[in-house]
Design a binder for this molecule. Sequence first.
Ligand code: SAM
Length: 230
Amino acid sequence: MDVPPDDLLTPTAGIITTPDGSRTALSARYGETYSSRHGAATQARQVFVEGSGTHEHPAPRVLEIGFGLGVNFRATVADTLRREVPLRYVAWEFDPARVDILRDVAEGEAHPIWTLLLERWPSTVPNGPIHLAAGNVDLTIHFEDVLNAELPQGWATALYLDGFSPTRNPEVWTPGFVARLAGTLAPRGALATYSAAGHVRRSLAAAGLTVERRPGAPGKRECLRAVRGA
Ligand SMILES: C[S@@+](CC[C@H](N)C(=O)[O-])C[C@H]1O[C@@H](n2cnc3c(N)ncnc32)[C@H](O)[C@@H]1O
């Protein structure tokens, strides 16, 4: 299979320092930032870690779409490390950013799993997943289009639905794909997303999930949690 050269990895423009001191970057391809420019770490913690109930789970199994710059992953590791609980994290990412962008956005991050990830981060789009383990953290990243992926069934205690906006990245927000995502949740598992758009709410409800509006991270009034029944 032809592998694109390094400079064909996703074009990512400037690093942006957000008001809480954490960083994100602008995707030149999508014309949007990877995380909220009103507070990248705050959004990760509030919308995804707390929104999915991961911060209270004794052994979270997180599925993420897409991995992006790893801001949500690092927020999740910080939480499970503090609570001394194991974490299994499986993410999809079809358009990996360059390693220097991941490093710059996470400046100061010292957890061994992050160091290992930067060492192993591909310089071209790889043919297969990477799997890493350090301490209590187990990470798998699938570098493929999640639309074509075989997703685990009934596995995730938390699902972070974090595509770019439904306007720019509509394929991960369709009713059909959202229904597939619902099938990845374990009983009582929760999907968290920053979008509170009406069509996203309706897709989640149509997939059989109980949808709850929550206060959004800075810059957004609301976000969503959608829970699978027991
Ligand atoms: C908003 S960013 C995610 C930010 C990330 N969660 C973080 O914490 O840094 C959206 C990501 O989803 C990825 N993505 C979008 N559509 C995808 C698809 N069909 N398959 C796999 N990844 C996808 C994009 O390449 C991008 O990296």
